[in-house]
Design a protein around this ligand. Structure first.
Ligand SMILES: Cc1cc2nc3c(=O)[nH]c(=O)nc-3n(C[C@H](O)[C@H](O)[C@H](O)COP(=O)(O)OP(=O)(O)OC[C@H]3O[C@@H](n4cnc5c(N)ncnc54)[C@H](O)[C@@H]3O)c2cc1C
Length: 473
């Protein structure tokens, strides 16, 4: 039975302490969404446990009282994963921010999962190491969120996604049992937990792999007079077998926003830019960047800005990492989409994205991991305009259909969440979808753990969609 609100607050306070239970209208509004931003549902309470034992006690309490619960890190997720779709309790990892152990000879580090991604690298930078996954949200997004979404980032092209850098986790499973999950012989449960979007339980601690810093890094920003010539450059770099550490693209709408927010020089007539980083042994890096420059020149680059020192490198990266934030000046609401296509299809795909946005009557800007073919069309609009959210959702679906037609994927790194829980079935057949749901049920008979995410697991999820959009999707 669900507890009355006053009992709920008191019961949760008995587990985590009164100061660490948040309730009331302001809390309901703050925690009713994430960076997906257009789908909302308020929690009954938010709890901030201090350690694994408190997380487990909260999860057991929710199970005993039939309360849905939703794990939450920094709330930067872009597919609605931390939005409490059926209300209940949000379990925040805000207080789980400690580095627990650093093992340099073993090239690994253990931390609680509420720690911000960037703090992991900062903890070992002086020793010549880093945590390689670097989502552009890394100054705030948490290790737990990165694990749950199997996040990528600009350096995924060369160093892989989060899954390749997680060695073991402590999981409070959906029933409240604490389990140590590591890779080893037998079924690879760690691969199931990483990328599960918080539907199998709450990860409270993790051992992560440390990657040695490279002896040489070269970073350059290339300007182009058209999106097509920038896309052609990306396709040619990939086709030539050159593997930069990062190969990122920004179109004109992003550049204008970044220029007015932070200042950015580029020649008149620039409609797209590529940020390219090469790293490794000095001689190899020089050769690789020379090859990239040659390809960019063959495709008509207007200007090349090369970082001469660490400060300039940081300045060039600032342009990329703050690009989405800078778009806040265009409109109050931004929905950042996520789909994957083969990089060779980029030029036509970008034309398609612009056409879809124009047809829907919403603005679009593109800033994305071009080397991976991982698109991020960012729609900007005013959510309060009647009907506009439906137009944005429909435009996103058209883009995802085209990604699938081109042999790509419904998501590269932002996850399925609620945003794409209806689209996953377009990528997999009925049997595969049933298998996904069966996996979830092995972990949890009773669908209370982050319900309605990834695979709709509960008839209330349909009701949630109807309440939100007025239609069942
Ligand atoms: C400006 C901007 C740039 C971004 N750039 C990138 C990028 O380059 N690459 C990329 O991949 N993503 C990017 N993202 C998306 C987002 O930052 C990532 O998905 C990130 O990993 C989410 O972390 P978070 O701590 O904010 O998680 P939240 O948003 O709080 O949660 C995300 C999901 O993880 C679950 N979760 C959170 N913590 C835990 C836990 N401890 N245990 C189990 N489940 C948990 C939640 O239930 C939810 O389903 C960007 C977002 C923004 C706003």
């Amino acid at each position: 039975m669900a507890a009355a609100q006053s009992d709920l607050r008191g019961d949760l306070a008995a587990i985590v302490g009164d100061a660490h239970v948040l309730t009331g209208p302001a809390i309901e509004r703050t925690y009713d969404t994430d960076a997906y931003g257009v789908e909302h549902f308020p929690p009954q309470a938010v709890v901030l446990p201090a350690d694994t034992a408190e997380v487990a006690a909260v999860v057991r309490y929710c199970n005993a009282h039939g309360l849905p619960f939703t794990p939450r890190g920094a709330g930067t997720g872009l597919s609605g994963g931390a939005m409490p779709a059926l209300g209940g309790v949000v379990v925040s990892t805000k207080r789980l921010t400690k580095v627990l152990e650093i093992d340099l000879p073993g090239r690994r580090l253990k931390a609680q999962t509420g720690i911000a991604n960037a703090r992991l690298s900062a903890a070992v930078a002086a020793d010549g190491f880093e945590f390689a996954p670097d989502p552009s949200s890394q100054s705030v997004s948490t290790l737990g969120g990165n694990i749950a979404e199997n996040s990528g980032g600009p350096h995924t092209l060369k160093y892989g996604v989060t899954a390749q850098h997680i060695l073991a986790v402590t999981l409070v499973d959906a029933s409240g049992h604490v389990r140590e999950v590591a890779r080893g012989p037998g079924y690879d449960l760690l691969s199931l937990v990483v990328g599960a979007e918080g539907t199998l339980g709450i990860v409270t601690e993790a051992w992560v792999k440390l990657t040695p810093l490279r002896p040489r890094v070269e970073t350059a920003l290339f300007s182009f007079a058209s999106v097509r010539s920038a896309c052609d450059t990306v396709a040619a770099i990939v086709a030539a077998g050159v593997l930069p550490a990062a190969l990122e693209m920004m179109d004109e709408r992003i550049l204008v926003a970044v220029r007015s927010a932070f200042g950015l020089d580029y020649p008149d007539g620039t409609l797209a830019m590529l940020l390219v980083e090469c790293d490794g042994e000095p001689a190899a890096v020089g050769d690789e960047m020379a090859r990239v420059v040659e390809i960019a020149k063959n495709n008509g680059t207007l200007q090349i800005q090369t970082a001469q020192d660490e400060a300039e490198r940081a300045r060039l990266w600032h342009v990329r990492k703050k690009g989405i934030g800078a778009m806040g000046r265009y409109a109050p609401t931004i929905v950042t989409h996520d789909g994957v296509i083969p990089p060779s299809k980029l030029p036509d795909m970008l034309d398609f994205v612009y056409a879809v946005a124009a047809e829907a009557g919403v603005g679009v800007a593109n800033i994305f991991h071009a080397g991976d073919g991982n698109l991020h069309p960012c729609f900007y609009f005013d959510e309060r305009e009647p009907g506009v959210v439906d137009k944005v959702v429909a435009a996103g679906e058209k883009i995802i259909h085209r990604c699938l037609e081109l042999g790509g994927s419904v998501s590269g790194e932002h996850g399925i969440g609620v945003e794409k829980s209806g689209l996953l079935a377009q990528m997999f057949d009925d049997d595969s979808m049933r298998l996904q749901l069966d996996f979830r049920r092995i972990f949890h008979e009773n669908p209370l753990c982050n319900p309605c995410k990834v695979v709709p697991d509960n008839k209330s999820c349909v009701e949630h969609k109807v309440r939100w959009r007025g239609v069942a999707t």
